[in-house]
Write a protein that binds this ligand. Sequence first.
Ligand code: NAD
Ligand code: DAU
Length: 365
Amino acid sequence: MDPECSPRRLLVTGGAGFIGANFVHYWLARYPADRVVVIDLLTYAGNRASLAAIEEHPGFRFVQGDIRDQALVERLLREEAIDILVHFAAESHVDRSIAGPDAFIDTNILGTHALLKAARAVWLAGDAPLPGHRFHHVSTDEVYGSLGQSDPAFSETTAYAPNSPYSASKAASDHLVRAYHHTYGLNTTISNCSNNYGPYQFPEKLIPLCILNLLEGKPLPLYGDGRNIRDWLYVEDHCHGIERILERGRVGETYNIGGDNERTNLQVVETLCGVMDTLRPEDAPHARHIRFVKDRPGHDRRYAIAADKLEYELDYTPMHRFEEALATTIHWYISHETWWRPILNGEYREWVGSHYGSGCAASPG
Ligand code: NAD
Ligand code: DAU
C-alpha cells in the first residue's frame, strides 16, 4: 500500500467496538480525505454512540451487518471500491468464551473466513489482483499461551498455544489469514497485541469495570491471588501500530504490538485506587474495596510482548506512559457517564449477575 496514495478506502469491521471505534476516530482525524466504511453487527459490545462524533463526517458510513454475511461484504467491497480491510470484529471477552464458546467459533473463525472469501472473490478475481489491496487482521497476544515469571516475552516466532476458547478461536482465525496469503496470494498482515485500555471500552473488562465500580463505591473483584500479569497498552498506541503496519508493513507478515508495561492485576487496580484517592480524598483509601474472588478457569498467568520487529522495522514506539494514560482514562469515564450509564442499565446487568453474583461489579444506579 502506498501511503502517499490518498484518499484510501477502508472497510473497518467491528468499528462500533472499543478498539475499532478508537481506530476510526484516529484515522479520520489524521486522514480526513479518506473513506471509512464501518460494518458492525452491534452485538452487546457494539455501540453506535462510540461513533457519534464522526457520524456527520463526509467520508464516514456506518452499515449494521454481520461479517459472516459474505454477500454483504462483497457488495460493500465493490460498491465502495474498498482497498483496505481492517478486521476488528470479534467476540472478545475471555470469561464469556468460557461461559459459552459457540459465539466465539461462529464470529471469530467463521466470520473471519467469510471476510477472507469475500476479499478473495473481489480483490483476486480475474487475471490481475487489485493493486495495493490489504487485509489486516487484528489479533491478540493470547494466541501464544501463558508465560512463567522468567520466560522471555512472546515474539512473532513463539509457537501458538492458546488456552481459552477465545484465544483458540483467534488462533484459528490467524491461521486462516496466513493460509489465504500463502495459498491465494491475498495481501494480508496480522498484528498480535497486548491488553488495551482507554475510552469506549465495554465495562466487562478489568480496567473499565474497576473504574465504574470505584465511581459507584462497589467492590473491585480480583481473580485468584491478583498476581496474574498483563502487558498494558493505551488504545491510541495500538491504533498507531496498526497505522504503521498498513503503511509500511510487509505483506504476509505478523507484527507484535505491546506496551512494555507489565503489571500484576493488583498493581493495576492499586494504581486506579491511587488516582481515585487524589480525585476523591473524602472516600480514600479506595483500595479498601479490593476483593479476591474465585479464579478464572485456565487463567493465563503472564503475558509479555517483544515488539522489537515493529519498533525496528516500522519505526514504532508507544507514546503513552501507563500511569498518565490510566488517569486520562479515568477522567474520560468520569466525563462520559452518558456513554456508560445506558450500558449499566441494559442487558449487561444479566452478565454481571450471572458472572459475579451480587455485589462484585457495577450495577445500575
Ligand atoms: P469489542 O468486544 O469491544 O468489540 C467487538 C465489536 O465487534 C463490537 O462492536 C461488535 O458489535 C462487533 N461484532 C461482533 N460480532 C460481529 C459480527 N458477526 N459482525 C459484525 N460485527 C460484529 O472488542 P475490542 O476489545 O475492541 O477488540 C477488537 C479486536 O481486537 C478483536 O478482534 C480482539 O480480539 C482484538 N484485541 C483486543 C484487545 C483488547 O485488549 N481489547 C487486545 C488485543 C487484540
Ligand atoms: O491480551 C489481549 C487480550 O486482553 C485481548 O485479546 C482480549 O480481547 C481482552 O479482553 C484482554 O483479555 P484479558 O482476559 O487479559 O482481559 P480482562 O480485562 O478480561 O482481564 C485482565 C486481567 O484481569 C486478567 O488476568 C483477568 C483479570 N480480571 C478480569 C476481570 C474481568 C480480574 O481479576 N477480575 C475481573 O473481574
